[in-house]
Design a protein around this ligand. Structure first.
Ligand SMILES: [Zn+2]
Length: 250
């Protein structure tokens, strides 16, 4: 299968949303999380870093910030209908592409066995946060390799068979090729973002809501449907993620 039929998103039984930090899934794809869960899709979260840098207070203990953010991300995910939370706990702000990260992500993919991965678009022009670039790139690499028994062969002896995903949907993308109607789930998405109380409050939260709503209106227009609000994704199959000179335009 070379081209992913976006209509197939409606048939997905299990999805894994991979986020660099505890709040990225809600910001990039919260309405889609709620939509999939509402349709009976089993939605899993995988959070790569522990969010310990998410505070301006120099006296805040990093471990306490991480513990609070872990609680907040579960509260947010539950609002949207997420069934399982996988937490890798790499230190926030210092993520590197390592064998350890690849193994940990592959392990979760082979455990959950999703049809599709959702994650941040690491090829977003001007993305400056290395945690986002590393997370998106390693997720794309795992989409290429998790079905190959020669990557982390020790997994088989631990009862984890190789598992190939059908597609990766990148959110926060500059090159969307798929739009999901967000109207019925918009309030839930904003409530889930608000569940990250340590990150969003007051004027800043109001600004974030306004910005996301403005973007969602733009996406709905681009989708050329009667929807008022939409979330945007770049959906690619694993085949498109390797030596494919047309992927950017697909
Ligand atoms: Zn982030």
């Amino acid at each position: 299968m070379n081209v992913f039929d976006v209509n197939r998103l409606t048939e997905i039984k299990r999805a894994l949303f991979i986020q660099p930090h505890p709040d990225d899934n809600e910001i990039g794809a919260g309405a889609t999380v709620a939509w999939l869960a509402d349709r009976g899709c089993d939605v899993h979260y995988l959070t790569v870093t522990d969010g310990r840098a998410g505070s301006d207070d120099p006296h805040a203990a990093p471990e306490q910030i991480a513990a609070m953010r872990r609680q907040e991300h579960e509260a947010a995910g539950r609002i949207l209908g997420v069934s399982h939370f996988h937490w890798l706990g790499f230190p926030d702000g210092r993520l590197r592409d390592t064998e350890q990260l690849r193994e940990a992500m592959t392990r979760v993919i082979r455990t959950v066995r999703p049809e599709i991965l959702f994650t941040v678009d690491p090829w977003l022009p001007y993305e400056g946060h290395l945690d986002h670039i590393v997370t998106g790139q390693v997720a794309a690499f795992c989409a290429l390799t998790s079905g190959n028994p020669h990557f982390f062969p020790e997994h088989r002896h631990q009862g984890l068979a190789p598992h190939a995903v059908h597609a990766v949907a990148f959110y926060t993308t500059r090159a969307p090729n798929a739009f999901i109607a967000a109207d019925p789930y918009w309030e839930k998405k904003l409530a889930a973002i608000g569940a990250h109380k340590s990150q969003f409050s007051g004027e800043y939260f109001a600004f974030v809501k306004e910005y996301l709503t403005t973007k969602a209106r733009e996406y709905a227009k681009k989708a050329d449907t009667p929807w008022k609000l939409a979330e945007a994704f770049k959906v690619l199959t694993p085949v498109m993620l390797h030596m494919n000179v047309d992927a950017a335009e697909m």
